[in-house]
Design a binder for this molecule. Structure first.
Ligand SMILES: NC(=O)c1ccc[n+]([C@@H]2O[C@H](COP(=O)([O-])OP(=O)(O)OC[C@H]3O[C@@H](n4cnc5c(N)ncnc54)[C@H](O)[C@@H]3O)[C@@H](O)[C@H]2O)c1
Length: 366
């Protein structure tokens, strides 16, 4: 986390809340699948009040308003009317990815706290503009990289950093699904358009890539790899996102990361789904599944690197409100959110340009 930015945010927050009422007037922009989930979480937070909701689809807006009946929120189809409302303190952004950066920048510049769903942008220019706005702002910004709020994984990463498996030298990770996202699902009208979602790597694997960065404790220097659409060709019609890809990332100190993704791994076949295997000089860790450590010394039995913990459903949201009220630490600030998005964008650029792409080429100063 960027400590300098956080301290600036927390001191300003203290001022803001000394002057205003106790409750945090909250708005949700984009009340589809994820926005509705977030809305339910907002309602559970002590001190949060749902002041406004926005969606361009009236049926989704109505459904969200019903969920938030307790607070009788105003409803809008034009998100800028929420930005204009001076009494809205915090904004959740749950719209399709290509809209995140513009909406988050407008909210930050209007002095609002922002919880922005991942990815924080679908290209480097969007991320660059958002990073500049977040760094200039005195409010709280949280990216929806909620795996950062998993306590067990956080503890395992801490143990890795302490040297539990020696020096991290390689990570092998994947995000394999057994099918495409439903073509007629709630996000079917934007997900298959690469300019709107960014594609599978940027829209979905951004979570997995963030875990890889977390485990390695660095961001990649460069990436290369290939992707394509091999099964779902022009399906749905006009599709511009890949359905598979295979990437290699190179990190400082020569650390390597290998990442694959596809949407045609039969669920009955072993080794599907998602994993992040972290390899060190003294052993390896299955970070995503159970944090089991496997010592290199064959005579030492595997052991859990971190104890299983109860993971509160809305821990990531709670951390956002804690930071607003008390200046608590942020699980995924702008640096983490931007780094995750840029790691995915780097891989996407490598696959589409079919060459090695360097971090420096992205032109974002973190
Ligand atoms: N953190 C997570 O684990 C997680 C999980 C699912 C989705 N997401 C993210 O949440 C975002 C939304 O995904 P989803 O699955 O909910 O999609 P969705 O299509 O179900 O919801 C998006 C909503 O935004 C609305 N919208 C579109 N343009 C708008 C505009 N200009 N103004 C206001 N509303 C607008 C749509 O009408 C829709 O209701 C994506 O960025 C996705 O990556 C994150």
């Amino acid at each position: 986390m960027n400590r300098r930015h956080f301290l600036a945010a927390s001191s300003a927050v203290g001022v803001a809340f000394a002057q205003t009422a106790q409750s945090v007037n909250t708005a949700v922009i984009g009340t589809g699948g994820r926005g509705t989930y977030l809305l339910r979480g907002v309602i559970e937070q002590p001190g949060a009040k749902v002041a406004a909701l926005c969606d361009i689809k009236p049926d989704r807006l109505d459904k969200a308003a019903t969920i938030a009946t307790r607070d009788n929120p105003a409803t809008y189809t034009d998100w800028r009317r929420i930005i204009d409302r001076k009494d809205v303190d915090a904004v959740f952004i749950g719209t399709p990815p290509y809209l995140h950066s513009e909406m988050a920048i407008a909210a930050l510049q209007a002095g609002k706290h922002v919880y922005c769903e991942k990815p924080v942008g679908v290209n480097a220019a969007q991320v660059r503009a958002l990073v500049a706005a977040a760094k200039a702002s005195k409010t709280v910004f949280v990216a929806g990289q909620q795996l950062r709020s998993l306590r067990q994984v956080g503890e395992a990463v801490r143990r890795i950093r302490e040297g539990a498996i020696g020096d991290v030298i390689m990570v092998k990770a994947q995000r394999e699904a057994s099918a495409d996202l439903p073509h007629d699902g709630t996000s079917g009208d934007w997900y298959f358009d690469v300019s709107k979602s960014g594609g599978y790597l940027i829209e979905q694997s951004v979570h997995n890539l963030d875990l890889c960065n977390w485990a390695i404790g660095a961001r990649p220097l460069r990436a290369c790899g290939f992707g394509g659409t091999l099964l779902y060709k022009n399906d749905p019609p006009g599709r511009t996102i890949f359905d598979c890809g295979s990437l290699t990332y190179d990190y400082p100190k020569g650390v390597k990361m290998s990442f694959t993704q596809s949407v045609f791994h039969p669920s009955s076949m072993p080794n599907g789904n998602q994993y992040v295997y972290v390899f060190g000089t003294k052993g390896a860790v299955d970070l995503m599944a159970n944090t089991m450590a496997y010592p290199a010394d064959a005579g030492t039995k595997p052991y859990p690197l971190a104890a299983k913990q109860e993971e509160p459903t809305y821990a990531h949201l709670a951390a956002f409100y804690d930071a607003i009220a008390k200046g608590g630490s942020l699980p995924a600030d702008i640096t983490i959110g931007a780094t995750a998005a840029l790691t995915a964008i780097l891989g996407h650029e490598a696959m589409t340009r079919e060459r090695v792409v360097t971090w420096g080429e992205l032109g974002v100063d973190l």
